[in-house]
Design a protein around this ligand. Structure first.
Ligand SMILES: NC(=O)c1ccc[n+]([C@@H]2O[C@H](COP(=O)([O-])OP(=O)(O)OC[C@H]3O[C@@H](n4cnc5c(N)ncnc54)[C@H](OP(=O)(O)O)[C@@H]3O)[C@@H](O)[C@H]2O)c1
Length: 302
């Protein structure tokens, strides 16, 4: 199949593009930065917010995996007007299937970023196109970045009752690749990580595996989003689910058959860290991602 991936340079996109290529698809990858096409990946320039380049991006593809997002601070620019531009162009181009990535809880917790995701879901579902929504729980890579951002504090506030279900982007990408290659479901499906952890446990594991000693200050995080997290509304027991645990993401077990000093396949496949060049779009525009973890001190377990 010929598949357009929006958000191809993002955390999930960098896992999905190679997964699609590996599955034998031709991939067109969208970015607001011009990039050189290589191998089975054709990079195209486009901006979902302005709509520039979008009709050209969808022309001639069979399906679209719509990952692009403006994130929590982006006021929904790529998520709402961007999704609108995309579905209009996709309709004109007669695209058979649009897969939108969203978040577990978007339908249950109309707060902040989740309202943008829910509106994007509605746009896709009401587009008249074949559609599937894949709602995931928070990515391990994203949680790692968040923790790293505030790890320099000597005292870390934690809310033990906030529930988090970290999932690996490689596993979300595999599920997305499977769904986009199939018939449109006309429904939303959920995909979560293998464990639901309390925020204190999540933070404690992260600190321990990074060799950091920190004092924890138990608090009750304010706001509706955290209340929903406490109630478990941002978790899912849907199957299939991811299998890579938070601990295994942070400290991958050595594969049993690894020759001494030899292959690092598990890490190569599953643990491109957020600090790795593989997840730094501006440094490494090549989509042959998971390119190692240079500069990132990843602890390993025996
Ligand atoms: N992060 C999580 O924990 C998480 C959890 C569950 C679901 N999700 C969902 O998974 C999807 C991917 O998230 P992510 O964390 O991988 O995203 P990300 O790393 O923040 O990347 C955002 C992507 O969106 C693209 N983008 C932003 N604005 C754009 C615009 N105006 N036009 C075209 N492209 C634009 C960026 O491309 P350029 O900068 O190259 O243009 C970039 O590739 C999203 O739908 C998100 O809601 C994320």
């Amino acid at each position: 199949m010929r598949i357009l991936v929006t958000g191809a340079t993002g955390m999930l996109g960098r896992a999905l593009v190679p997964a699609l290529v590996k599955a034998g698809h031709q991939v067109r990858a969208l970015s607001r930065t011009k990039r050189e096409s290589r191998g089975n990946v054709e990079w195209v320039w486009g901006d979902l917010f302005s709509g520039h380049g979008i009709p050209e991006a969808v022309a001639g593809v069979d399906a679209v995996a719509h990952l692009a997002t403006s994130g929590r601070k982006g006021r929904g620019a790529a998520d709402i007007p961007g999704t609108r531009q995309l579905v209009l162009a996709a309709r004109d181009a007669g695209i058979g299937h649009v897969l939108l990535t969203s978040m577990v809880g978007a339908d249950r917790v109309p707060v902040g970023y989740l309202t943008y995701k829910l509106e994007a879901e509605r746009l896709v579902a009401g587009s008249g196109l074949g559609w599937t929504v894949l709602r995931s729980t928070p990515f391990q890579q994203w949680l790692h970045r968040r923790l790293r951002d505030y790890a320099s504090l000597p005292v870390l506030p934690v809310d033990p009752s906030v529930l988090v279900q970290p999932v690996h982007t490689g596993e979300v990408a595999a599920r997305a690749a499977e769904l986009i290659a199939g018939a449109p479901l006309g429904a939303a499906v959920e995909f979560g990580g293998p464990q639901v952890l309390g925020h204190a446990e999540l933070t404690r594991t992260w600190c321990r595996l990074h060799g950091l000693r920190r004092m924890f200050l138990p608090v009750r995080f304010p706001g509706r989003l955290h209340a929903a997290e406490r109630a478990g509304d941002l978790t899912t027991d849907a199957t299939p689910a991811g299998t890579i645990t938070w601990r295994d993401f942070l400290a991958p077990p050595a594969p049993a058959d690894t020759p001494p000093g030899g292959s690092d396949d598990f890490a190569t496949e599953h643990t491109a860290s957020p600090t790795s060049p593989a997840t730094q779009p501006e440094q490494d525009p090549d989509v042959h991602v998971y390119g190692g973890d240079d500069g990132y001190e990843r602890p390993t377990r025996s």
